[in-house]
Design a protein around this ligand. Structure first.
Ligand code: PGA
Length: 253
């Protein structure tokens, strides 16, 4: 059981829903998740943030952006700063997602700069990591994830590390319907917690939330979230439907 940290159910909508659809969704979700013990987060496209931030007011739903630039302002066409997101009421920013790494060239060093800027703006990063199928087959999953997280956390203090969120998402499980087994997911999340203990001490490691992501759905959420080192999920596809997402939020019911 998770008598541990507050479970987080974070939706990653990716490039889905228009601003109007987003507000309708959140207005519906607000009622559905009332009284749940999980922390509920919706990770929405930039253009949906103003409407969603307004729509979640007075509810327990938190808002995440799916990216941010590390500079405060300047000549970076098409980018959005952490200060801009903060002003809109954003609580979290998802960084280092495998889709951003693969399609937009996001590197571990960039993830580290983004993490720093997000924390400096008074927002919290959700730092994604995870191996490809080849890396898993080659037996280098742990080394790879360890390296990703170690670089992402360079210069991040212990106090900051205890508040940010890490999401372990094996790339072969994202959007494929092929969830990692609870043992596979627990093994890597446990290793990440050991790394946090090594870097910041056991107290910090016990406080940092580590999520699993990759084909989380209403049917597998409870078993995953019950694992000792899995503190919730970063959910793509199943977060786009209110009923499916509610079931994940209320995995324990
Ligand atoms: P999925 O996506 O739940 O659709 O597999 C997870 C993610 O990419 O965060």
């Amino acid at each position: 059981m998770s008598g541990k940290r507050v479970i987080m159910a974070a939706g990653n909508w990716k490039m889905n829903k228009t601003p109007r659809e987003a507000v309708e969704f959140v207005n519906h979700l607000r009622g559905l998740i009332k009284g749940s013990s999980s922390e509920v987060v919706v990770g929405v496209p930039f253009v949906c943030i103003p409407g969603v931030a307004e729509a979640v007011k007075g509810s327990d739903i938190k808002v995440a952006a799916q990216n941010a630039h590390w500079e405060a302002s300047g000549a970076y066409t098409g980018e959005v700063s952490c200060g801009m997101l903060k002003e809109l009421g954003v609580d979290y920013v998802i960084i280092g997602h495998s889709e951003r790494r693969e399609y937009f060239g996001e590197t571990n060093e960039m993830v580290n700069k983004k993490a720093r800027a997000i924390l400096d703006a008074g927002v919290l990063p959700i730092i994604c990591c995870g191996e490809t199928l080849t890396q898993r087959e080659q037996g280098v999953t742990k080394e790879h994830v360890r390296y990703q997280i170690k670089v992402a956390l360079l210069g991040i203090t212990a106090q900051e590390a205890s508040r940010l969120v890490i999401a372990y998402e094996p790339i072969w499980a994202i959007g494929t319907g092929k969830t990692a087994t609870v043992e596979q997911a627990q093994e890597v999340c446990g290793m990440i917690r050991e790394l946090l203990a090594e870097l910041y001490g056991k107290d910090v490691a016990e406080r940092t939330r580590i999520l699993y992501g990759g084909s989380v759905n209403a049917g597998n959420a409870k078993a995953l979230f019950d694992m000792p080192d899995i503190d919730g999920g970063l959910v793509g596809g199943a977060s786009l439907k209110p009923d499916a997402f509610e079931k994940i939020v209320r995995h324990d019911a």
